[in-house]
Design a protein around this ligand. Sequence first.
Ligand SMILES: Cc1ncc(COP(=O)(O)O)c(C=O)c1O
Length: 322
Amino acid sequence: MGIPPDRIVFSGVGKRENEIRAAVEAGIRSLNVESLEELDEIADVGRALERVVPVTIRLNPDIASGGHEYLSTGGAGSKFGLGRGEAAEAVRWAEAAGALSPVGISFHVGSQLLDTKPLLEAADRAAELWRQLAAAGIPLRDFDVGGGLGLAYNDGPEPDVGDYIARLGGLARGLEATLLLEPGRHLVGPVGTFVTRVVHVKQAGAKTIVVCDGGSNDLLRPALYGAEHPITVLADGERERATVDLAGPLCESGDFLALNRSVPLPRRGDLIAVELAGAYGRVMSSTYNARPLCAEVVVEQGSWRVSRERGTYDDLVRNEHT
Ligand SMILES: Cc1ncc(COP(=O)(O)O)c(C=O)c1O
């Protein structure tokens, strides 16, 4: 994609050795370290390649936050990052290791945050660690605040992005740091819409179930996180409103796109737009239940083009051997 290596950081609790090696060879800005064992492994790769590897230590700020418990990454018991004591130790260890150069502190408290308070609290904790290291003679370069900014679903509250940036900018200036931001969801969520067709409408007791041809294999977020994406029924003319569940076609009761939504009552054959599906609908999708991947279309300045062909049944078994 042509992104310069010095604009790339690499986070993740389970980086494989070949991935670390590729990142070091590409000369990326920083590998964001999540455990002491990983730090050791990166140092080994640095020595083997005769490179000094820039590392950022990911602080676990002990602030659990996020739009759902599975979207929370900053709590003390989570798999992400290093607690404050270990993080300080990691920076000192990296400083002494020879093959490593500690260049920053990072953190990420969770995703889909509509209130920036936990993000700013975590930034204060990271800044405290930064100052402690500076006082001990270890100056750093990057203050990486991760992502986390949420998207308002259904006219709910929006995070105050202007205030958030202004405060972080002030903090980074005070630390004489370069501020790095990784806002994934907030940027790419709104650019994707998942469009599905109604296959059947049926009653189940008092419930109206709208069975769609797309489900949680295409858009996992409602099933995984209880995400409430805006729903638009693309239908002509007046329709009475009804409270419905939008179900997918999979053999799973947890396969749904929306529950208990008041919408113009869909009919067989209608198209339904499930909005704000850009983060991370495509990359979370699968072929579970023998469902070929859906096609993708880019809509740009009044025209459209297919950017990924619809999957086929042959694709489902393409890499298999008997
Ligand atoms: C280290 C890090 N940065 C950025 C992101 C992107 O977060 P979001 O999509 O909430 O903006 C994540 C998501 O888990 C992350 O773990």
